[in-house]
Design a protein around this ligand. Structure first.
Ligand code: UD1
Length: 417
């Protein structure tokens, strides 16, 4: 197992280029199953989650070629309608094949996703959507077995906004017979980007960027080529890296519109931020002001930046608070940050982040993807050496993070464990 060794204290400077958004690419890869023929995705980073989804598509029978940042998915010869336990247990997003397989083949068998480091994550809304479209679902032997003799459009009213369930509902409804209306659909940019991809394939979805999506089912979709959107969570992570190290950097190839609320938080704590159409320049304050943040569905503050902003606010000049409203138990990083001399407590679903003058390096352990990023940020600011183990978590979702940080001037190395 590999580790990161960080010698903290270096200021960052220069430019960093943001990669394609993992969470937009995963459902789009699954959506490629909907059309026979070869779809081409551009701006795809070599991340472990993306390689895992490619593996799943190959098991299903697709041909996937992935060179540099271009992925070609030819789903002409797909026939095996199953997402096995071995893959789903490693990557929950495997459930994205449920909707497309049902739509194309009328059947799907997907291992029932189990527990997760960021808390309980049910899939009832995914199943509710499939049932509304005329699917018979059985849960047996740890698998979701879904079967339909032809999907039919219907009304799907989500009681809470879910990115994954909205994506699955869309991918099934596009070739269902008749009209589907999804109420309380997720507004996340990853859903917007999936809608663009599906419409490019020939789907008829209206209401993009609103909570009400109307889908007129079509008989057939065609394969297409599309460039993937930049990763807003990677963007926010590099912004927090600049602030925690008191640095000024420029972030390129990003979409500032996708991260307006985190940018406003950064302005409130004293940063100067200038944005262009695809870049953000950040100038960090000498002293970070404390603040209060609430994670909520998009366009509010994303849960996927909670851990990184918690690390950053541990050096603020006073007490901050972050309320976690999406995954209320998502605080595994707190105990590890406290090993680096942060002073953070958890009360119910809130982190209370008390002011410390400095962080100090120590061995710590990554527990999930975003928690690992928080530990990297803390290590960059800590005095002395921080050793982060289990960094396979970070390789799931950050594209060469240590190389990007090295280019900015950080002293971070990857070593064999
Ligand atoms: C996606 C992202 C994840 C991000 C999350 C919230 C991917 C691969 N993952 O996860 O990084 O943290 O959005 O922005 O894109 N819920 C239910 N029943 C369901 C589904 C969800 O109760 O069937 C609840 C969840 O427990 C959570 C809330 O809905 O409280 C939102 O979760 P959801 O948007 O579905 O998250 P994911 O799609 O799993």
């Amino acid at each position: 197992m590999e580790k990161f060794i960080i010698n903290g204290g270096n200021k960052l400077n220069g430019f960093v280029r943001i990669s394609g958004a993992k969470n937009a690419i995963l459902p789009i890869m699954a959506a490629s199953l909907l059309a026979e023929g070869k779809s081409v995705l551009e701006n795809v980073p070599q991340l472990n989650d993306i390689k895992m989804m490619a593996h799943l598509l190959r098991i299903i029978g697709a041909r996937v070629d992935f060179n540099n940042d271009v992925m070609e998915i030819d789903s002409t010869h797909c026939s095996f309608c199953e997402a096995p336990y071995e893959l789903v247990s490693k990557m929950r997003a495997s459930i994205y094949v449920l909707g497309p397989l049902l739509a194309r083949f009328g059947e799907a068998k997907v291992s029932f996703p189990g527990g997760c480091a960021i808390g309980t994550r049910p899939v009832d809304l995914h199943l509710q959507a499939m049932e509304a479209l005329g699917t018979e679902i059985r849960i047996e032997h740890g698998y979701i077995s879904a079967r339909s003799s032809g999907l039919k459009g219907n009304k799907i009213d989500f009681k809470i906004s879910s990115v994954g369930a909205s994506a699955n509902a869309l991918m099934a409804a596009v070739i269902a017979k008749g009209k589907t209306v999804i109420e309380n659909a997720a507004l996340e940019p990853e859903i917007g980007s999936l809608i663009e991809f599906l419409n490019l394939m020939g789907a008829r979805i209206s209401g993009k960027d609103t909570r009400r999506l109307v889908i007129e089912g079509v008989a057939k979709l065609e394969p297409v080529r599309m460039k993937m959107i930049p990763d807003r969570i990677e963007t926010g992570t590099f912004l927090a890296a600049a602030v925690i190290t008191g640095s000024d950097i420029t972030i390129e190839n990003c979409n500032p519109d996708h991260i307006k609320v985190p940018i406003n938080v950064l302005k409130k704590i004293g940063c100067r931020i200038d944005t262009g159409s695809d870049l953000i320049k950040i100038k960090s304050p000498k002293q970070i002001k404390p603040t209060t943040i609430r994670t909520l569905p998009y366009p509010e503050f994303p849960t996927d930046l909670q851990a990184q902003f918690t690390a950053m606010l541990s050096l603020a000049d006073g007490e901050s608070r972050i309320e976690e409203n999406i995954f209320p138990d998502r605080f595994m990083h707190v105990a590890e940050l406290n090993r680096l001399d942060a002073d953070i407590g958890v009360i119910n679903n809130s982190a209370v982040i008390r002011c410390v003058k400095k962080l100090s390096g120590a061995p710590v352990m990554a527990t999930d993807l975003r928690a690992s990023a928080a530990l990297v940020l803390a290590g960059l600011a800590a005095q002395g050496y921080t050793e982060i183990s289990r960094i396979y978590h970070i390789d799931r979702g950050y594209d060469h993070i240590e190389q990007k940080l090295q280019k900015l001037g950080a002293d971070i190395r990857r070593i064999k464990g």
